[in-house]
Design a protein around this ligand. Structure first.
Ligand SMILES: [Zn+2]
Ligand SMILES: [Zn+2]
Length: 171
């Protein structure tokens, strides 16, 4: 099954346009309604904030944003909202640095495959069924039921690798 993503031909779902963010929020609302989950004002706002970063973002940065918007929110409130969004597949959590990234494919449960740049902190989700398939295949002999999986590959993005090679770091 092909994911219903408008930009699956592009390698990146990062830095969406405001139209894409609006569409995504509408999609999230619809999805929560279908699943009989409450897409509260706070959950919506937190998701919108996550979308506005072109890099994975931590809970405390979101907390600052909420305060800048004049909303008083405590860390547990933000973590609860993030937890909810994560459960609904609307965001992924990167364990590497405990940050969150919006997912363009919330309709489909999938293993996350992330390319995380150690220099700029950028992360790219790679959409492929091959990771899910490989994990399922490896878990089968153990009768292990996979519920969620995440693979984080740490390295250098193209931009950082290019500036790195110019710095004479080799040899
Ligand atoms: Zn995803
Ligand atoms: Zn980078």
């Amino acid at each position: 099954m092909k994911p219903s993503c408008q930009h699956h031909s592009s390698p990146s779902c990062a830095a969406p346009s405001s139209q894409q963010v609006d569409d995504f929020l509408a999609q999230a609302e619809q999805l929560c309604a279908q699943r009989k989950q409450r897409f509260t004002e706070l959950r919506r706002t937190v998701l919108e904030l996550v979308c506005q970063y072109d890099q994975p973002v931590g809970a405390y940065a979101l907390l600052d944003d909420l305060r800048d918007m004049g909303r008083s929110a405590a860390p547990p409130t933000v973590y609860r909202a993030l937890n909810f969004l994560q459960q609904q597949g609307l965001v992924h959590r990167l364990a590497n640095d405990n940050t969150y990234i919006a997912c363009a494919h919330p309709q489909q449960r999938h293993a996350g495959l992330f390319l995380v740049c150690r220099a700029c902190g950028g992360a790219q989700e790679v959409h492929t069924r091959q990771v899910d398939n490989a994990i399922a295949r490896q878990a089968r002999p153990f009768d292990f039921q996979v519920e969620k999986a995440s693979v984080e590959v740490i390295g250098l993005c193209a931009g950082c690798a290019a500036s790195d090679s110019g710095s004479g770091a080799r040899d």
